[in-house]
Design a protein around this ligand. Structure first.
Ligand code: GNR
Ligand code: NI
Length: 175
């Protein structure tokens, strides 16, 4: 297992639409193990493969509290089958938008279909924070960040701050 580097905005790689996974094999499971290790180290509650530069429709997540045993979840090729009309607001953050937080409104319940760690199809009804997280991660698969749900003014303010922070670190990632 290995910790991979997380890409931060602004970076054109985060805007890619990720590709469907066609085989859940040992190579893919090794990648998901690395993603989970990277997410735990960050620390974060979810990670999409594109955040480590891999443009495939893979998500890992763990919403267990600190005092609870780990509860890793893996979602491959996830699809939303149904979303509630009822919306809910959570304060979101993103490992690719470091140290920036803001409120985003999304459906409070989503029914999803996906392949699990073993490649078996699953259907699950997600609500509340799990529903928000899965939608946040599925946005990454479409090249969308939570800041894309904010006003243009707020988004540009955040992107300017992140760009400035990158210049300070002397980073040269594609904008
Ligand atoms: O660690 C994370 N916390 C979080 C908080 C509120 C809503 C979504 C998230 S996901 C984020 C990790 C991340 O960037 N996943 O893509
Ligand atoms: Ni994110």
């Amino acid at each position: 297992m290995a910790i991979r580097q997380i890409i931060t905005a602004p970076d054109i790689r985060l805007k890619q639409v990720s590709e469907q996974v066609d085989a859940v094999d040992d190579d893919l499971r090794a990648l998901m193990d690395d993603m989970l290790e990277t997410m735990y180290a960050a620390p974060g509650v979810g990670l999409a493969a594109i955040q480590i530069g891999i443009s495939q429709r893979i998500i890992v997540m763990d919403l267990a509290r600190d005092e609870e045993p780990p509860a890793p979840r893996y979602f491959i090729n996830p699809e939303i089958l149904e979303a509630s009309e009822e919306l809910v607001i959570y304060e979101e953050g993103c490992l690719s938008v470091p140290e920036m937080y803001d409120e985003v409104e999304r459906p409070n319940k989503v029914r999803i279909r996906y392949l699990d760690y073993h490649g078996n199809p699953q259907e699950h009804e997600c609500e509340e924070f799990l529903a928000t997280c899965i939608q946040h991660e599925m946005d990454h698969l479409e090249g969308i960040l939570f800041i894309d749900h904010l006003s243009k003014l707020k988004r540009n303010m955040i992107l300017r701050k992140l760009q400035k922070a990158k210049r300070g670190q002397g980073e040269t990632q594609p904008a």
